[in-house]
Write a protein that binds this ligand. Sequence first.
Ligand code: NAD
Length: 284
Amino acid sequence: MSIQTVGVVGAGVMGIGVAQNLAQTGHQVLLIDIYEDILDKAKQEIRNNIRFQSFFKKSDHQEITDGIIEKIEFSTNYKILDNADFIVENVTEKWDIKKQIYPLLDSICPANCVFAANTSAIPITRIASVTKRVDKVVGIHFMNPVPMKPMVEMIRGYHTSNQTIEIAKKMLTQMGKECIIVNDSPGFVSNRVLMLTINEAVFLLQDQVATAEDVDKIFKGCFGHKMGPLETADLIGLDTILFSIEVLYENFNDSKYRPCPLLKKMVDAGLHGRKNGKGFYVYQ
Ligand code: NAD
């Protein structure tokens, strides 16, 4: 089965990156969000990203940008997904939101269409349970920024079939990516570790053990990480970090996943990180 038309649901930080990456690798993309202004912003951001990437190439920037943008249909109407071969869902990390989207997708998309959930922590088996195609639901945990990251974590849900895994792998190969396959568990491998690390780094800041800069410097200078945990949190989005750690807390019922009060306060104050200009650091 060749995957040509891919529905990308949610046009936030991840949806924008997934849509851009797919269009740049020759796919027709149907990008869905709930508001027109979010889609307008997504179009502008993709345009800027492509211009930035093609800056050093000798070819005509305008031509490259227009060609890629033309491959993406921006819409608030889920019905355009009725001819999608594959869906990548990237909506807000809240079960109450995701659980309404999958039955809708199920009723619109062709019967053989695979649903890939790009979630940070919600179990894939739970997502599949609200569809009538449990064998065709898989987790693809893309890394941010999507067009720059060559590796993803793929999650096999309880009912995910081998055929679905093969289709998802093929789609990732078409996107120029490799994957590591893991079994289903809240947060999978990456975020069970990363979310705890970030949450603990916020506790260090709250307890005034060190400044944000010094927490990050220790990870970069001493451990050789490219980014520290608080810079990583700003890149991901502090709201997404909070929602993810809440998913871990709720699923494991283990107090080690209780969200740091400072993280909650920052999200309540509207400090969501890079995406809105202020988090642990200030941008622009
Ligand atoms: P985001 O807040 O930037 O974007 C979420 C988007 O979903 C918003 O544009 C919102 O309008 C849209 N949305 C909400 N309800 C919708 C609906 N009913 N239909 C269509 N669109 C709807 O979040 P994000 O960072 O892009 O994260 C999206 C998903 O990807 C989450 O599940 C998150 O956990 C996961 N994820 C995030 C990262 C990251 O680094 N940010 C990395 C991997 C996975």
